[in-house]
Write a protein that binds this ligand. Structure first.
Ligand SMILES: [Zn+2]
Length: 394
């Protein structure tokens, strides 16, 4: 397990790319973005909008939203800055909503004066696909993460609204691709990156072989070729057109009434209170990267903060050491209640996912063999038990 020499990202991230001198692609992409002429990109967005803007009162774009800070930012750009008439489409997991999450989705429509379609996947189906994906892949939200891309795309096509706006090109921002473009088509149609999880034949076969019927896969089946040819959809990533920055999005969202979790819940395992806050259980999905790849949410956020000069690498290493391994108790309990697992069953399932190449079990506790802080300082005696909840809970 090697780490990027600039940020704290390990090379265990799936599809990750490292340069010869040990710098991750996310850091290199960040450098490339510094040289972008943002005025030109903004003009490109204006040009695109003018192609689709309507004056007859009908919606002229769809925005895929969750209600979070990025949704506020996207709606602000499209409605306030571009003067578009967006229809917002929300696809969210049906776990318990946080108070902030409930407030934010409502606020989004209210503050910008937009109509929202709130698409709710069958809870029964969600529970079954989540169970399959969690137990077999350690990736509970595999199904709904595909639906989050497919449903807005499909509804937009059905409603004859070609321009479809998504937020961040996660594959580019997280450095699993070197290609930057604004079109999300590739991700929606082939699902070949981390941004949208596998569509196409293999994914249907995966679910069909596990007892999910074709009828139940509506939310992850993309529009037909005939529909695509008729509407010619233009799905775009906003992160191509504007310098995408969590902090900027957060500040703009707050100005329009977005609520963070500061007064509600201090989550373990992460270092901020304003991202992925819509549902209580969601961060269990994020945490599952930890046993599989040896890093989790704190690594993602701290690496972004290093790139944008908010913290030093030394500070980031301390944060990673302190928080990255932690699974939030409240999130876990909500997940257990929703899914009907006992804590013991949950940990038995997780047990199979600990990556034996990078973790070792010492006195019943999993520890990273070569954590970042040891690689940086071989004399360090610190050997944090990375996962202590096991004993407390079972
Ligand atoms: Zn890096």
């Amino acid at each position: 397990m090697e780490y990027c020499s600039r940020c704290v990202m390990p090379d265990t991230r799936p599809y990750t790319i490292f340069s010869k001198d040990g710098v991750c692609q996310a850091c290199l992409n960040y450098e490339t973005k510094k040289r972008v002429n943002w005025a030109e990109r903004w003009a490109e967005l204006e040009h695109l909008c003018s192609k689709y803007r309507r004056t007859d009162g009908y919606y002229d774009c769809v925005i895929a939203v969750s209600g979070g800070k990025d949704s506020h930012f996207l709606t602000w750009v499209m409605k306030e800055k571009m003067g578009m008439n967006p229809l917002l489409i929300c696809v969210a997991d049906p776990f318990t909503k946080t108070d902030a999450g409930k407030h934010n989705l409502r606020n989004l429509g209210d503050t910008f004066g937009c109509d929202i379609i709130d698409f709710n996947l069958s809870v029964d189906l969600f529970r079954r696909v989540t169970k399959i994906a969690f137990e077999e892949r350690g990736e509970p939200l595999r199904f709904i993460e595909a639906a989050i891309y497919t449903v807005p795309h499909k509804l937009a096509v059905a409603l004859n609204i070609p321009l479809i706006v998504f937020g961040e090109n996660a594959a580019y921002e997280y450095g699993t691709t070197t290609e930057e473009g604004y079109s999300t088509k590739k991700y929606i149609e082939t699902g070949d990156s981390g941004a949208a999880k596998g569509l196409g034949k293999e994914i249907y076969d995966f679910w069909l072989n596990r007892g999910i019927s074709m009828k139940e896969m509506n939310a992850i089946i993309p529009p037909t070729q005939e529909e695509l040819e008729r509407v010619k959809p233009e799905p775009i990533f906003m992160s191509y057109f504007v310098p995408w920055d969590d902090e900027t999005n957060y500040q703009i969202a707050k100005r329009y009434g977005f609520r963070d979790l500061v007064h509600e819940w201090r989550r373990e395992g992460t270092i901020e209170d304003h991202a992925q806050i819509d549902s209580v259980s969601y961060i269990v999905h994020l945490w599952m990267k930890y046993p599989k790849f040896g890093f989790s949410r704190t690594t993602d956020i701290a690496s972004r903060w290093i790139r944008s000069n908010k913290i030093t690498r030394e500070e980031a290493i301390k944060l990673v050491m302190k928080y990255d391994h932690r699974l939030d108790r409240r999130a876990m309990e909500d997940f257990l209640t929703f899914m009907g697992y006992k804590p013991r069953q949950f940990y038995d399932i997780v047990e199979q996912f600990w990556n034996r190449e990078i973790f070792e079990k010492v006195d019943g506790v999993w520890r990273l063999k070569n954590p970042l802080w040891k690689l940086e300082n071989p004399a360090s005696n610190l050997s944090l038990p990375v996962f202590v909840d096991l004993k407390e809970t079972t």
